[in-house]
Design a protein around this ligand. Sequence first.
Ligand code: SF4
Ligand code: SF4
Length: 255
Amino acid sequence: MVLTKYKSPEEIKHSLGDAKTIAVFSCAGCANMNMIGGRRGLKFLNEHLEKWGYEVVVARALIGCCSAPVMEHGVNAYIKPKNSRIDALIQISCVAGMKNANYFNPGLRVVQAADPVGVEALLPHGEYYSDHGDNLVAYGLCYNCEHCVLSFTTGICPYAECPSKSLYGFCDHPPKAGSRKCTRDPGRECVWKVIEERGGDLEGLKELKFIHDDDGYERIPLISREPSADFKLKTVGFLGARAVVPFAETVHFIR
Ligand code: SF4
Ligand code: SF4
């Protein structure tokens, strides 16, 4: 899941500039599961906007603001009929939703309510899975460094956990013999020590670095497919912007 967090009230107000009448789109996908979007996030932000003196003219949750058909349907159904009364659109979503909102609303100021802060596993907040207890694996964020090494690190992300962002093994100043402390940040354990003790494949990583550094590195191409017919796109747009939204709250059952 793409992890997003609200920006500060000051930043949102600053981004709104002189706008007074606001439309809000709230993504009922990842942002919903992050507890910032969906219907709850919409209600929460609307209450704040009204307290701050703005008039909320349109407030809608859409499932998957990153999807062009969903955003297009949302804009046609909710923004266009009230366009002349809307000064700015606030987007509660990841960057993909933000880009889509700009793409389908040329000329309208689109303001981001949230920042993307990484990718995380979708873990319930309760005790049900707590016996796994592997916090470095479970709660470490991914920052999309492009060449993932988790196959060799027992699921721990060294890019996120090592202050040197050393991806293929210990940094140039590893802990001294008998120590477990990170030499750059003695307040924490060296994550490469942890990876080593968990059985990470440090030899394999050396080879992997050669593979990643090769200028001729070629990814397996995408699976080619025919573009969807217009009626399929429109159906998806309708479902995501209207029909399925009432069920979006069920995503919270997985937390
Ligand atoms: S190594 Fe870490 S930051 Fe890089 S892609 Fe993998 S999980 Fe993400
Ligand atoms: S001591 Fe370990 S955690 Fe610290 S910077 Fe070096 S490799 Fe990274």
